[in-house]
Design a protein. Structure first.
Length: 435
């Protein structure tokens, strides 16, 4: 298998709407930059229901308001603080945890005070089971994915430490490498240790300086705080989700189920309402945290690298399709005469071919996706501001040089440290996608 496949040369045609010359790339949508003909030929976003539409409108409004604040250098440009919504969110979260604490106390009273009755300790034991389900739990490291510690990848951890210092925080204790086109950070364990998740589907399509911006963005969440991901608030959302799952109606259709579901109707919808209230109270703070994390990306890797990173996020939706296509091709090659050698070659070249494919995307396709993003209000999810607003804020900010530089030798050293994980994940991706 060749590392880079041939691409047909672009052609020129006239726009059927305005007659402007349009460059046609065989792999990508043909569209007109002058009149936006065919700029968004895909199906519209699916209808997500009334509550989801209200939530999305609210998210867009917050995103626009915060973008204006960032442009003015207002409160959104500073560290996430305890505004009214944040205070209310913490109050509601503590109330939820207070109910769990009340259940624990009730269980203790039933077990200790009613031990001689026989039935009360049983009821208390059932309440303790419920408390065990509802208690917030610290995060855990995933099983099965390549896991790196400082001794395994000193160069990578050194880069993370340097980026952390640039954005005003410490590094991480562990790095989990997977095949996704994503990245993230969170804490794990009762000591609150930090872990970073690096998806090779995203990491491999970035330039070294864009990787610095990515690290700056993720570590920026630790530096600035995010009420939604805090132990108290996140735990309350998880507890409410457990309540709602318990109260979801059964579907067997007998009379007893009907009576039970009728009795649980109001509690179920009360819990559902609390989930949406807590979600709404934390949404604005979460979006503000994303703008601040973007500022961290620009501070660490440069504004240009941070802008380019957001463009890569727009194109990263095609990573999964490319990996699936490569895996099917590898499976077919593996069934031929040189099967094992062909499959091993596919595994070795998987990430290089992905990087080459994304690297060949023309600027016109990036511009089209930026316009589609603005039309549809594209965002990673509703806790993130619209991508085009994030990009606009970064592009309009004063240009700053990178505080952290990842040059060629450093990038190659880190690539060597990631080589075992890259090989293992390439085998896994080809096996999973090829069936």
């Amino acid at each position: 298998m060749e590392a880079v496949e041939e691409v047909a040369a672009p052609q020129v045609r006239q726009c059927p709407e305005c007659g402007t010359e349009v460059t046609v790339h065989v792999r990508y949508v043909s569209w007109c930059a002058a009149c936006d003909w065919n700029v968004d030929p895909g199906a519209p976003d699916p209808d997500r229901g009334r509550l989801a539409q209200v939530r999305r409108r609210l998210a867009r409004r917050y995103g626009e308001q915060l973008a204006e604040e960032v442009a003015r250098g207002g409160s959104a440009a500073g560290r996430v603080g305890a505004d009214r919504s944040t205070v209310l969110a913490f109050g509601l979260a503590l109330l939820v945890h207070g109910v769990t604490a009340g259940l624990f106390l009730a269980a203790a009273v039933l077990i200790i005070g009613g031990w001689h009755t026989g039935i009360q300790p049983v009821l208390g034991g059932l309440l303790l089971v419920a408390v065990a389900v509802l208690l917030p739990r610290p995060g855990r490291l995933p099983q099965g994915a390549p896991l790196l510690y400082r001794a395994d990848a000193p160069g990578l951890f050194g880069l993370v430490d340097e980026v952390g210092a640039a954005v005003g925080t410490a590094g991480v204790h562990a790095v989990v490498v997977d095949a996704s086109a994503n990245a993230g950070v969170r804490t794990y364990g009762f000591r609150g240790r930090r872990v970073m998740f690096l998806g090779l589907g995203l990491w491999e399509i970035l330039t070294p300086q864009e990787r610095v911006a990515l690290l700056g963005h993720e570590l920026g969440h630790f530096a600035n705080g995010d009420v939604r991901s805090s132990f108290v608030t996140h735990g309350a959302l998880r507890t409410l989700g457990a309540w709602h799952s318990f109260l979801v109606p059964a579907s067997r259709g007998n009379l007893m189920d009907w009576l039970l579901n009728t009795l649980l109707f109001l509690p179920r919808w009360a819990v559902y309402g609390l989930i949406h209230v807590l979600d709404g109270l934390t949404m604005r703070a979460s979006q503000r945290a994303e703008y601040l994390a973007d500022a961290g990306a620009a501070r660490a890797g440069s504004a240009g690298a941070a802008v380019a990173l957001l463009d890569r996020l727009l194109i990263s939706e095609g990573v999964e399709a490319h990996l699936r296509r490569e895996s099917v091709t590898a499976a077919r090659a593996g069934g031929g005469s040189g099967g094992r050698e062909a499959r091993e070659a596919a595994e070795r070249e998987l990430w290089e071919r992905l990087a080459a494919r994304i690297g060949s995307v023309p600027e016109s396709e990036y511009e089209r996706l930026r316009r589609v993003s603005a039309r549809r209000g594209h965002s990673v999810d509703d806790t993130h501001p619209p991508t085009h607003l994030r990009r606009r804020c970064l592009a309009s900010a004063d240009p700053r040089p990178a505080r952290v530089v990842c040059d060629g030798p450093r990038a190659r050293s880190i690539a060597a440290e990631l080589a075992p994980a890259r090989a293992a994940l390439a085998r896994q991706v080809i096996r999973d996608h090829a069936g």
